[in-house]
Design a protein around this ligand. Structure first.
Ligand code: BG6
Length: 485
């Protein structure tokens, strides 16, 4: 791991992400004494604040978004002292000199968190370079969206690479900052139990669901351009596939882990244009009820007609020896029945049942990894129901339950960005996405979009509060598979 930096520069410092996630995360790290002594945080955005006004702004954000038990007036006060602010119009190179002046001496290293509109990457990177803010001791964290297809992502990555080499470029996928996502590695590579059956011989299929109850949340223009495939599958879901499907890396480090993930991403079977309508389902939410409230449909929120998908389900395959013939069913959507992120690994049935002649019914084992809102790993195993079995053997599926919420009850769950910001400050790239991974992800996604375009696929309507269009259910049912609900 390289040295912690002495300064942090936050682009988009007055935006939604900064208020909800970045400032609370940085405060969390500060309050636990995890930020380097003396680290200053400079915010920048177009708004015309001075330091005092930005500290007030940050104080209000913390007040609104910090959980009550984390608010400590004296820690907040000290945290705010780390903050300062420089207004910047990033489209003009001139303003970057004043930003560099504001930052002052960066000889102890600078970490930049950049989240910006796609068209501002060019001017921003040029501005940083011109102002001497891209030198060897500067690293940059990039927040999505980083393009909308392979070509635009390459353009952005090329622009960034012109000033920051890959080892100083930290692409953020906030799912990798989640404790439960990292736990997939512990489960798979910290236990000897699963690995021998973690393959096509032992596993029938894998399901990954990221369902949300929220709708657009005011992000109309971004989401309308993006849709569920780009917003959730291209990044978070494919990273989950990679972690589930990867070979054991030799070490826990950025090179070994990312080398293995990229092999999986490159092994994803391209969905041929003529297969797109069979292997994928898209939907768009209409009006309905979400968490007991009547809610508008997508186009009502948007204020115009649209063919953007707010739901997508895909039957994917990883074409390598380990996973040959094992479908990975993926689905994600807005305004679904529940907020839930989970991975279900369905094992194969036993080769022969000794119980069937005695009336005993077996269900194949299933491993449920619930990432949120609850955090647990649950292995469903068969057990004999107590009794004298005069009228047959009764077997029941019972859970072997590892509740991470209970087991680690005393440990505070951190916001994913706490982990990622700290890793950025300290220079550990392991949980960031490498360029080759992103490009493999886009390649697979672009092929799906090409199939949708060629076949004029339009999203099917579903009522808010459901599990998406019925075709999403049919996608698995025709293989005899039921989504875990
Ligand atoms: C973001 C997407 O990357 O992830 C959002 O842009 C989505 O649309 C969010 O709501 C989901 O993240 P989480 O951590 O709430 O599952």
């Amino acid at each position: 791991m390289s040295q912690p930096v002495g300064k942090l520069l936050l682009f988009g410092a007055t935006g939604d992400l900064a208020q909800r996630m970045l400032l609370p995360s940085l405060y969390g790290l500060h309050a636990d004494g995890l930020l380097p002594e003396g680290l200053t945080i400079t915010g920048t955005a177009r708004s015309d604040h001075d330091d005092a006004a930005y500290r007030d702004f940050a104080a209000r954000a913390l007040d609104e978004f910090l959980p009550a038990d984390r608010k400590d007036d004296s820690a907040v006060g000290k945290f705010l002292e780390r903050l300062n602010y420089q207004p910047l119009d990033a489209s003009k190179t001139e303003g970057f000199a004043a930003l560099a002046d504001k930052l002052g001496d960066i000889s102890h290293g600078l970490a930049i968190f950049l989240s910006t509109a796609p068209w501002l990457f060019g001017p921003t990177i040029m501005g940083l370079e011109a102002a001497g803010l891209a030198g060897h001791n500067v690293r940059i964290g990039l927040e999505k969206p980083l393009g909308k297809d392979l070509q635009s992502s390459r353009e952005i990555n090329d622009i960034v690479a012109s000033a920051f080499p890959e080892e100083r470029t930290f692409r953020i996928d906030h799912y990798l900052g989640k404790e439960t996502v990292q736990n997939i590695l512990a489960l798979r590579f910290g236990n000897s139990l699963f690995e021998p059956v973690w393959n096509a011989q032992g596993i029938d299929h894998v399901q990954i669901t990221i369902s949300e109850t929220v709708g657009l949340e005011g992000r109309t223009s971004y989401y309308e351009e993006s849709g569920a495939l780009r917003d959730m599958v291209q990044n978070h879901m494919l990273q989950l596939v990679a972690l589930i499907a990867m070979e054991p890396p030799a070490r826990f480090d950025g090179t070994a882990i990312r080398d293995e993930k990229v092999k999986v991403l490159r092994s994803l079977r391209k969905i041929a244009v003529n297969e797109a309508a069979n292997l994928t389902v898209t939907g768009q939410y209409g009006a309905g009820a979400s968490k007991g409230e009547i809610v508008d449909g997508y186009t009502d929120e948007l204020g115009k007609a649209s063919n953007t998908e707010t739901f997508v389900a895909i039957k994917a395959h990883v074409d390598n020896w380990r996973w040959q013939g094992v479908p990975f069913y993926l689905r994600t959507g807005k305004r679904l029945a529940e907020r839930r992120s989970e991975i279900v690994v369905q094992f194969k049935p036993v080769p022969h049942s000794i119980f069937s002649e005695r009336g005993g019914q077996l269900h194949a084992n299933k491993l449920v990894i619930r990432l949120q809102p609850e955090e647990y790993i649950r292995l469903l195993v068969m057990a004999k129901q107590p009794g004298l079995d005069r009228d047959g053997i009764r077997l029941r599926e019972v859970p072997l339950n590892l509740s991470l919420d209970t087991e680690f009850a005393g440990t505070r769950r951190r916001i994913a960005y706490e982990r990622l910001l700290l890793d950025l400050i300290e220079g550990d790239p392991t949980l960031f996405v490498r360029r080759d991974e992103v490009e493999a992800q886009w390649e697979w996604i672009d092929q799906i979009r090409a199939g949708w375009e060629a076949n004029d696929v339009k999203p099917k309507p579903y009522a808010s509060g459901n599990w998406g269009p019925s075709a999403g259910i049919a996608l698995t049912e025709r293989d005899g598979v039921t989504w875990n609900e």
